[in-house]
Structure formats: C-alpha cells, structure tokens
Write a protein that binds this ligand. Structure first.
Ligand SMILES: C[S@@+](CC[C@H](N)C(=O)[O-])C[C@H]1O[C@@H](n2cnc3c(N)ncnc32)[C@H](O)[C@@H]1O
Length: 294
C-alpha cells in the first residue's frame, strides 16, 4: 500500500464516534421511511460522515459524523445500501468544490446573504466558517427542515425555511438587495425547467447582484435515469447554457466536472476508477458544477 493510503474503505462513523447523549442530545429519526426524500438525505449525510473518517479526507465533514452519531436510525442498513466506496468521493468532491467557491465569494462579499437551496441535512452553514456578517438561509421542503430543526438551532445570522423553493412566498422572508450567493447542490435537476426558470426570475428580481452555484446533470444522465428511476430527473444540460437562456440576466462564469479533483481521492482503486471516468466525456460530464453571476 503506498504511503498515506487508507486501509479503511467505508467506516461506520455512527459506531465509532460515540457522543455524550446528554451534552449533544440524541434525536429519533426511526420513523423515516426507506426510499423517502428524508432517507435520501440520511444517505447523503452518512456518506459525508464516512468520508470524514478517512485519514486524508477531501471534504472532512466531521459535523456530519457528529450528526450521524446523534441520530437514532438503522444506519447499518444504509451502510449496506450505499457501501460502494465510490459514492462517498462523488459526494465529497462535489461539496468540496462548492465550499471552495462559497468561501471565495464570502471572502470578497462578507456582507452577503447566502441561500442554500435544497440544503438537506448538510452541515455547510456551520462547517464553512462564514464571516459573522453573513446571513445564511437554509431552505428545503418542510419535512426536511423538520428533521434539521432537531439537529441545528437558528441564530441571528442563521435561519431555516421549510418550503418548496418553487413556492413564491418564502422569498418574502429574505432581506432584499444584495449581494447574494445562491447555492443549489443536487436540486435543480429535480425541478421542471419551468419551475427552475420561475425560481431564477424571482431570485434575480429580488437581489441586485450575486452568484448562483449549481450542479447539473447531463442529457445522457437524464436518459439513463429514465430507465433506472423514471420521472425523478426532470431535465439535463448540454453545457450549462439552459439557465442563461431561461434567465438572460445570468452570465455563465465557469463550469467544471464534479470529478475534476479526482487526484485528491486517497484510495488507489477509486482514484483510478474516477480517472478513467474523467477521461471519457460521457461519464466526466455526468454531474457538472456551474457558476453564474448576475
Ligand atoms: C439529492 S438531495 C441533496 C441534499 C443536499 N443538498 C446535499 O447535498 O446533501 C436533494 C434535496 O433537494 C430537496 N428538494 C427537492 N425538491 C425541492 C423543492 N421543490 N424545494 C426545496 N427543496 C427541494 C430535497 O428535499 C433534498 O433535500
């Protein structure tokens, strides 16, 4: 095994990181249905937690590991379902690239408002260490925010909004003006094109200036998803230009494959697999991150 190589492929953070239930508080998620959107979020959380247990993680989301340890749920069953060690790196690479863009933006716009759309159970608002002057809004469906509220508390600068992003009402809860940073990780592909277009119009109308960071699936991935899970993915992108066509006040600044940072993967077999996939456009473009300004 080369120097720095990890021996563990996918650890079980819930089992290895006991927490004091009095000081941290256990939460009961045993009612979450297998296959529901809440369950999907538990899987994502679990993958980030697993990745954080590696000696040289890419994302290193220790708060996810803390949350998994606090949550009463059969994570062993999730472990068996998501055990492919490749998944944790896809999730980690995507989140790490977004974190880098977010940090860059907040460093130059310390008074920004952040809208984290489809936030799920992501610890990003805490993990990223945003300047105190940043006002951060985590937005997701009411049932997801219901789970989140058991893990996180609001503060003067951190709020959670339980609403579909396609409902117009939630924007009334936001300060108007700008600058704004809108983050949509693993979200826009599940909304219809008309829903995305309306959302973008509303956001750009409400704020003077800002950036939108989002990952989009390719047209090929859309076709594949029609076979594997029909109806789930609503649209695919060719090159990110759909969003600028639907909302012409957006300018595309940058687009990058989620896999672009594959050389940071600490496990050799998975690094080689990602390298191979990165070499082929059809797999390299499966999920891409795009940065837009307005
Ligand atoms: C694949 S998960 C990604 C979650 C999170 N961004 C992450 O990376 O862990 C998609 C998220 O989008 C949320 N979502 C889907 N449709 C939504 C909508 N119309 N409004 C708000 N959130 C939505 C789901 O509840 C879920 O939390």
């Amino acid at each position: 095994m080369p120097d720095g190589e990890e021996a563990e492929v996918l650890t079980d953070p819930g089992a290895q990181r006991p927490v004091d239930p009095v000081s941290e508080g256990k939460v009961d998620f045993t009612g979450v249905q297998w296959g529901s959107v809440e369950w999907t979020n538990l899987c994502m959380l679990y993958l980030r937690a697993c990745e954080s247990r590696l000696a040289h993680p890419i994302l290193g989301d220790h708060l996810a590991a803390r949350d998994v340890a606090r949550i009463d749920y059969d994570f062993k069953r999730i472990h068996r379902r998501v055990r492919s060690a490749t998944n944790q790196f896809g999730v980690a690479l995507r989140s790490a690239q977004l974190d880098a863009w977010i940090t860059g933006y907040l460093n130059s716009h310390p008074n920004a408002v952040v809208l984290h759309l489809g936030c799920g159970l992501h610890s990003r608002a805490l993990r990223i260490g945003a300047p105190q002057s940043v006002r951060w809004f985590d937005v997701d469906l009411p049932q997801i925010i219901g789970l989140r509220r058991q893990l996180y508390s609001e503060s003067e600068t951190y709020r959670m909004i339980g609403s579909s992003v396609t409902d117009p009402g939630w924007l009334d809860e936001l300060p108007a003006g700008g600058p704004v940073l809108i983050v949509a990780e693993g979200l826009l592909m599940y909304l219809t094109p008309a829903g995305v277009a309306e959302l973008l119009h509303r956001l750009v109308d409400r704020f003077d200036a800002g950036e939108l960071l989002a990952d989009l699936l390719s047209v090929w991935t859309l076709r594949l998803s029609k076979v594997v899970s029909p109806g789930m993915v609503k649209w695919g992108t060719r090159n990110g230009s759909e969003l600028t066509r639907w909302e012409p006040r957006l300018r595309l600044i940058e687009g990058i494959s989620v896999m672009a940072g594959f050389d940071k993967i600490p496990l050799t077999p998975q690094r080689l697999l990602y390298r191979m996939q990165y070499a082929m456009p059809v797999t390299r473009n499966n999920d891409r991150l795009f940065r837009y300004a307005f």
